[in-house]
Write a protein that binds this ligand. Structure first.
Ligand code: ATP
Ligand code: MG
Length: 360
């Protein structure tokens, strides 16, 4: 992205001087963007946030915000807010005092504090609770107080580290909507960390996928899902079938899939399909259940023995084997008719149901 506001350049963090918890991260975040860091446990998401906030120093690399180098600034010198998973509210302070805290730290004029705290509490829908203590609030309400505290000093960037992790599903979904509303209303740049893929997919302008301290891909959710750059990203996000294949060299080279055979000319796969070994990704919802009518649009058809099904109501996930190849197929509930364990079904796919990733 060209309009870079928060910029991380070659950021490395080693806690022990031996291994890198964060290993050469480069990212450009636009002003007002909602970007989500997604990745397995231990992949360096929190460490990266802590460096942006200034609670950890990078071993190497630079961080700048709006053209100014932040790398050696203390946390309180950066105009960056942070919200943690475990709220981290002061238990002995009222809601209003908790929210006022960052303003007092920054020496805001007393007259401003009351007004700004009231505004922040209004924004998160907690005006009525200002004199309560955190223990007198529900989990979701406590999280809103943390959010108000993170926003009250009008930070340039708000960092959120699994802020909804402790909430149950309903409350979580409610807070997701709330957070997006606040993002729209305040227009602030948000960097969000979550384990939850659905959350990442539904809330973000872009998703940054971490793996072992490195960034595997930074792209809008649908691109990360539909066109993953690496096999790791394809497997980590969403449900997947990965087949192994090879594209023959030459103008009329075919794509052949191990255990299935030639499926189509490389020219049908769009520009840039490289010769050599490829991972062939087919999402379960892109595999089609085939009936009796001929389907000339398909490039491959296989027989699949059904070993198990999971009924989601609106769709049916069918798991099974085609020869040696395990397959997962997701079909619409109304098509699922006589698909059940022990049966053999025909499934097929079109050229554009496949996404190819070079490599073996
Ligand atoms: N204070 C620390 N001292 C030493 N090692 C640390 C410290 N904090 C994190 N690490 C290590 O750095 C690596 C990255 O940790 P980090 O907390 O950034 O991961 P994460 O992606 O946030 O994981 P999770 O999803 O579990 O929160 C891990 O291997 C972790 O053990
Ligand atoms: Mg973490």
């Amino acid at each position: 992205m060209s309009d870079s506001y928060l910029r991380l350049r070659n950021i490395v963090k080693s806690y022990d001087g031996i291994s890198n918890a964060v290993d050469d991260i480069n990212i450009d975040i636009a002003k007002g963007e909602f970007i989500t860091f997604l990745g397995p446990s231990g992949s360096g998401k929190t460490t990266t946030l802590m460096m942006i906030a200034g609670f950890e120093d990078p071993t190497r690399g630079t961080i700048d915000l709006d053209g100014k180098d932040l790398t050696v600034q203390k946390p309180y010198q950066r105009n960056i807010g942070m919200v943690f998973q475990n709220y981290a509210l002061f238990p002995h302070m009222t809601v209003a005092k908790n929210v006022a805290f960052p303003l007092r730290m920054r020496g805001a004029p007393r007259a401003d504090i009351g007004r700004r705290v009231a505004e922040a509490l209004e924004l998160v829908g907690l005006s009525r609770f200002s004199e309560r203590h955190p223990r007198e609030l529900s989990g979701g309400q406590q999280q809103r107080v943390a959010l108000a505290r993170g926003l009250v000093f009008r930070p340039d960037v708000l960092l959120l580290d699994e802020p909804l992790g402790a909430l149950d599903k309903n409350l979580r979904e409610q807070m997701q909507v709330e957070l997006k509303r606040i993002h729209r209303e305040v227009g602030i740049t948000m960097v969000y960390v979550t384990h939850d893929q659905t959350e990442a997919m539904t809330m973000s302008d872009r998703v940054a996928v971490f793996n072992q301290g490195r960034l595997e891909q930074v792209a809008p959710p649908l691109e990360v899902y539909g066109r993953p750059l690496t096999r790791f990203v394809g497997e980590f996000i969403g449900d997947s079938n990965f087949l192994q294949g090879r594209i023959e060299a030459g103008a009329n080279g075919k794509l052949a899939i191990d255990g299935i055979g030639p499926v189509c000319a490389a020219s049908e796969l769009g520009a840039g399909a490289p010769a050599g070994p490829v991972h062939v990704l087919i999402r379960p919802e892109r595999l089609r259940l085939i009936g009796k009518e001929p389907r000339p649009d398909l490039v491959a058809t296989v027989q699949m023995r059904v070993e198990g099904t999971v009924n989601y109501g609106d769709s049916l996930l069918v798991m099974g084997q085609s020869g040696q190849i395990p397959l997962r197929v997701r079909i619409a509930g109304m098509e699922s008719g006589d698909v059940r364990e022990g049966r053999t079904i025909s499934v097929g796919w079109c050229a554009d149901d496949m996404h190819l990733i070079p490599g073996s």
